[in-house]
Ligand binder design. Sequence first.
Ligand code: NDP
Ligand code: F7E
Length: 315
Amino acid sequence: MKKDSRIYIAGHRGLVGSAIKRELEKQGYMNLVYKTSSDLDLRNPVAVNQFFKEETIEYVFLAAAKVGGIVANNDYPAEFIRDNLLIQTNVIDASHQNNITKLLFLGSTCIYPKFAPQPMKEEDLLTGVLEPTNEPYAIAKIAGIKMCESYNRQYGTKYISAMPTNLYGEYDNFDLEKSHVLPALIRKFHEAKENGSNEVEIWGTGTPKREFLYSGDLANACVYLMNNYEGNEFVNIGVGEDISIKDVALKIKDVVGFKGALTFNTEKPDGTPRKLVDVSRLSSLGWRAETTLDEGLKKAYEWYLENYITENVNG
Ligand SMILES: NC(=O)C1=CN([C@@H]2O[C@H](COP(=O)(O)OP(=O)(O)OC[C@H]3O[C@@H](n4cnc5c(N)ncnc54)[C@H](OP(=O)(O)O)[C@@H]3O)[C@@H](O)[C@H]2O)C=CC1
Ligand SMILES: C[C@H]1O[C@H](OP(=O)(O)OP(=O)(O)OC[C@H]2O[C@@H](n3cnc4c(=O)[nH]c(N)nc43)[C@H](O)[C@@H]2O)[C@@H](O)[C@@H](O)C1=O
């Protein structure tokens, strides 16, 4: 990308899109294009094609999607498969129709089989059954990868796919029912501390393990891949280390300064027992994550205190 290339960030207000926007601005890219979902509903193919035609876009970061945690995925499977298939199909096809230079599609490590060998290599895709709580979302993401690969094969396009592990950071979703585990626990521990509660409920058994990547690092990796990678194979993005839900909950408890106890609600699903990614492909391209989980959790909690609470208190 050149500093004045016309770059479209789809989903620029979300956790990932906002981090990509900040990273591009930090690196001096000055010709960025973005629209909210109310101004441009990416599920509408006619509107998307028209937008691409008018904006003469050269590069696309596809970070718009229907996203949520384990319970949201389980409760709204139709929306997760429908919206994601529509958004990605419309954006990828409009990119081709309008001859953009390059696109980066964001998937997720839930594409891998529930019991994939750990750490999970890119070659493990489609080698076993998926985790049922997010199968519809995962199927949409797999379709996105295959669509990029197929367009590259048939039309000679340059569409690359990145599969990030679980993410967290600024502009995360802190809804207690629909969010992912880290933002939910930041909010639960904070509110328990403020309300003088003695305990915080953790969903599931606390034994599943997850790998967490700070959104700022992910954004840096996405810009790096856009500038340095042209292969037809997708690339895992992670830190190469995982931690149990119980242990990460204890870390967040310390960051927030909550003094009470943890309880485990085993009526809620655990999901995949473990999903650690193999980051050899990304490492061999010369990229590695910089932010430790301890540093990232502090940043995320600071952002929550300064932005989320203020915004919600002020309406
Ligand atoms: N969060 C995570 O832990 C992980 C996320 N990912 C992937 O990263 C990508 C971004 O996720 P994340 O940033 O967390 O998600 P967010 O929910 O934070 O943001 C999603 C963005 O998508 C936009 N969007 C949703 N529906 C539409 C629509 N119909 N038309 C236009 N825009 C729409 C929203 O726009 P608006 O704000 O304007 O409504 C929003 O800004 C997704 O592909 C996700 O699968 C992958 C692994 C882990
Ligand atoms: C990124 C990834 O995100 C989703 O998968 P997930 O990793 O299972 O998501 P999660 O962050 O919601 O949960 C991780 C673990 O944490 C436990 N857990 C404890 N307490 C809370 C809690 O309070 N909230 C949540 N959400 N989880 C909790 C929870 O029970 C589970 O064992 C996919 O649907 C899919 O969308 C996807 O790609």
